[in-house]
Ligand binder design. Structure first.
Ligand code: ATP
Ligand code: MG
Length: 413
């Protein structure tokens, strides 16, 4: 692909700009959102900012290394933050801090109920089986809660930068769509109808019946059973005091996402599917007038010896292989005598190692070329979107040192 290179995304500049108050890391499943969010949080803190990272489902070892051992919805201080070299030389500027929390969807939901309903009502709702399954399994609750929590953290105003990781949904768009969908469901028509009998008694119920509601309840009763239907009715009538609340809160946070000071980072792996999702997301942010900082291409294959092409590398491997086969043909076959041809055996071993290295290099070159081609496709479609690359690390990222290494690739080019 010979397209024009994309503008460079300078993540450090984004982090160091005090006007940046919220960074949202989004992207499709498994691309590294949680890792990147944590790495950005750490780097920003080590650059002197007071940061809170809101993570969703971090891998256990990563969570442990950040001191996240319980799901209690409370930001916990992360130990082991160092002032960066730049900071260390500057006594006047105090070092930053990092807090991290894991999103506990059910707990956040409970907190909203407790905040909106009087204690008896709250207890009634919390104990309701319908509520319990809704709060932990309804599609979109996790996205709604991530936004809800973001709103709360912003209102608390204790941090000067909030980094948000988004839930592992198939589509990155879910993060934007799910809260509205859930809010619509919660103050939707069906639920209003269901509350009618509980609210105003029999006569309204009869009227509703005439309006065809009876058919609905009839069917629902058959499908769900009377007990469940009663649960739904109690739940919704208790939630009634909160109607409007969910929608309003989802709207508030949505506005927050459009406000100056918010930056979206779309994370993607250099693969077709991930970049297709990233493309949709970038377009959607544009329609919503939400501030896109750029695309972070994560796990990009690095090749040290770029001047050695995959083809030449493979050719060399073949030559060596042929020589080696020739050797073993004449020299010391499998039945060989341990005492003979010492240097030959060593040479063979070295040749085998070299062949493996050449093949590995060729694989990497081929992969890197494929990645460049795929990334080039994205840039051709979105030539103005700034892009930064994060190299693939040799192993999973599970501690502060690993996060720091990722952060180093944010350094200004
Ligand atoms: N640059 C990298 N190099 C090597 N491994 C990485 C890199 N970035 C992420 N990983 C690893 O990839 C795995 C997935 O990363 P992560 O959990 O951050 O993805 P995610 O987008 O949050 O996934 P999900 O959508 O499931 O939440 C983790 O094991 C992580 O350590
Ligand atoms: Mg994740």
């Amino acid at each position: 692909m010979t397209g024009r290179p994309p503008p460079q995304l300078d993540v450090d500049r984004l982090i160091d700009d005090r006007r940046t108050r919220i960074i949202v890391c989004c992207g499709s499943g498994g691309v590294g959102k949680t890792t990147i969010a944590a790495a950005i949080g750490l780097r920003a803190a080590e650059h002197g900012r007071h940061v809170v990272v809101l993570t969703v489902d971090p891998a256990r070892r990563l969570a442990q290394s950040m001191g996240l051992t319980s799901l209690d919805n409370t930001p916990r201080p992360v130990q082991g933050i160092k002032a960066s070299a730049r900071q260390a030389g500057n006594e006047a500027e105090p070092a930053g801090s990092l807090h991290a929390m894991m999103l506990d969807m059910k707990r956040t939901f409970d907190e909203i109920v407790e905040a909106h309903a009087d204690p008896d009502r709250a207890a009634q709702i919390l104990a309701n089986p319908f509520y319990q399954s809704l709060s932990s399994s309804f599609a979109g609750t996790q996205e709604y809660m991530a936004m809800e929590k973001l709103g709360q953290l912003r209102r608390a105003d204790e941090w000067d930068l909030i980094v948000v990781d988004t839930p592992p949904s198939r589509s990155a768009l879910d993060f934007l769509d799910a809260p509205q969908r859930l809010a619509r469901f919660l103050d939707g028509k069906l639920l209003r109808l269901l509350t009618a009998p509980a609210k105003v008694g029999g006569r309204a119920y009869l009227r509703a019946l005439n309006a065809g509601f009876g058919v609905v309840t009839g069917v629902l009763t058959k499908i769900l059973g009377t007990q469940v239907l009663r649960d739904v009715q109690t739940f919704v009538s208790a939630l009634d005091t909160m109607f409007g609340g969910f929608r309003e809160r989802a709207d508030y946070t949505y506005q927050l996402l459009r406000a100056p000071g918010t930056a979206f980072l779309v994370v993607a792996a250099p693969e077709e599917d991930a970049l297709r999702e990233a493309s949709y997301f970038v377009e959607r942010l544009d329609t919503e007038r939400m501030p896109l900082a750029g695309l972070l291409l994560n796990r990009v294959q690095q090749v040290p010896a770029v001047h050695l092409s995959a083809a030449r590398s493979l050719a060399a491997a073949e030559v060596l292989q042929a020589a080696l086969s020739g050797n073993t043909g004449h020299g010391h076959p499998a039945t060989g005598h341990p005492g003979t041809g010492h240097s030959g055996t060593d040479d063979d071993a070295a040749a085998r190692l070299t062949i493996a290295a050449l093949q590995l290099h060729a694989d990497r070159m081929t992969q890197a070329a494929a990645e460049r081609r795929i990334a080039g496709g994205f840039t051709a479609a979105h030539p103005l979107v700034p892009v930064a690359e994060v190299p693939a690390q040799a192993e999973d990222v599970h501690d502060l040192e690993g996060l720091r290494r990722i952060g180093e690739s944010f350094g200004s080019p």
